[in-house]
Write a protein that binds this ligand. Structure first.
Ligand code: MG
Length: 376
């Protein structure tokens, strides 16, 4: 007689990591107020349990965002997080997240990579999609968009590459020079026509005075939103810009739950950009989405250039969230952003839509294509 599997009786036996450095497709290079990003230094995280359940996660961290990348994450996971989690029960995952907070300050993207692998293993153990383990799904399809940079030929090449990958909605990186940015917006509006979806992301690049002028200059070209016009800590500046005619999205101003509540209580954003990395994992991203909804806001899924594993987690979270802005396309780009992906079958994003896969956990195959990246 076999003993029935019980997720609460299973324990974590190993957490190991693999460095990956995917190259961004040159035509989709993002250049904005936070510099240019042409190669990602990410980390894959694998969780294994005593019963043989495995889960996969991705640390999609960059030094310019939170001071984390694959190298810092590998060090911290091997020295601190893996020893703290080894031997612990797989469920509840929230207890494992608290344990990570006890042994390691900050580092949300690193914790998010580990938490994604834990949630993936947990949902696979239950044999349900992660979106179900997170309390959903409330939808199975999510509209997506692709970021564009540059001007002239570079902008046209990026738009052509995005369209060839199936994207029909776009986000233009601005935040460097208001007058120039307005001209670039006019250029993109001309290219996509009056009905084309254009959002703007300044990545905190404007001073308050410039931001107010930017809204005035941008409005005639009907962008759907302006993301993070001013510095991340300038909550009052964000609040002062609301009501000037553009939907304001808070991105860098919101990392974890405390900053989310601070921004929404200050009426400093219409919509909040949630990342699994900023939140510290898929479970916490969903918690933050629910709190945002309770405070009257909607959320958009933002991106730090996730690879296939991170993109799969974005889709699961997006499909679990009631407060997702339904009329906004989300920043779920995954493999389309890179020359190569780490997954053998990452085809969940096509024709401008990300689809919830049927399988358990993240819904991606854990096969040799990905395990061969891990040493040993
Ligand atoms: Mg942003």
């Amino acid at each position: 007689m076999t003993v029935p599997y019980r997720v609460t009786a299973d324990v974590i036996t190993a957490i190991d990591v693999a460095r990956v450095t995917p190259r961004v497709r040159p035509e989709l290079l993002v250049s904005g107020a936070r510099g240019t990003h042409d190669e990602s230094h990410f980390l894959l995280v694998r969780v294994t349990t005593r019963a043989g359940v495995q889960g996969l996660g991705e640390v999609s961290g960059t030094l310019t965002w939170s001071g984390e990348d694959g190298a810092t994450a590998a060090h911290v996971i091997e020295s601190t997080l893996a020893p703290a989690l080894a031997g612990q029960p797989l469920a509840p995952v929230a207890a494992l997240e608290r344990r990570m907070d006890t042994v390691l300050a900050g580092s949300p993207f690193t914790k998010a990579g580990v938490a994604t692998a834990l949630w993936d293993a947990y949902a696979r153990a239950l044999d349900v999609p992660l979106a179900v383990a997170l309390g959903g799904p409330v939808r199975s399809r999510v509209a997506v968009k692709c970021s564009l940079s540059g001007t002239g030929d570079r902008l046209r090449t990026a738009l052509a590459a995005a369209r060839a990958a199936g994207f029909t909605a776009h986000k233009l990186k601005v935040g460097l020079d208001v007058t120039r940015d307005a001209e670039r917006l006019a250029e993109l509006r001309e290219l996509v026509g009056p009905e084309g979806f254009i959002g703007l992301d300044a990545n905190g690049g404007y001073r308050r005075r410039d931001a107010a002028r930017a809204i005035e200059l941008f409005a005639p070209h009907t962008p759907a939103f302006l993301e993070q016009p001013v510095a991340p800590d300038d909550i009052e500046g964000m609040a002062a810009l609301r009501g000037l005619g553009l939907c304001l999205v808070a991105d860098e101003s919101v990392f974890g739950m405390a900053s989310l509540v601070r921004v929404l209580r200050a009426d400093a954003a219409d919509v909040v950009s949630l990342y699994i990395g900023k939140s510290g994992g898929p479970g916490r991203a969903v918690e933050m989405g629910r709190v945002a909804g309770a405070l009257g806001s909607e959320v958009v899924i933002g991106s730090n250039g996730e690879l296939g594993v991170g993109a799969a987690a974005q889709i699961q979270v997006a499909c679990a969230l009631d407060s997702l802005a339904e009329d906004f396309p989300h920043d779920i780009i995954g493999r389309h952003y890179y020359v190569d992906d780490v997954l053998s079958t990452p085809a969940m994003i096509a024709d401008g839509v990300a689809r919830l896969p049927d399988g358990p956990g993240l819904g991606i195959p854990l096969d040799d294509a990905v395990w061969s990246l891990f040493p040993g």
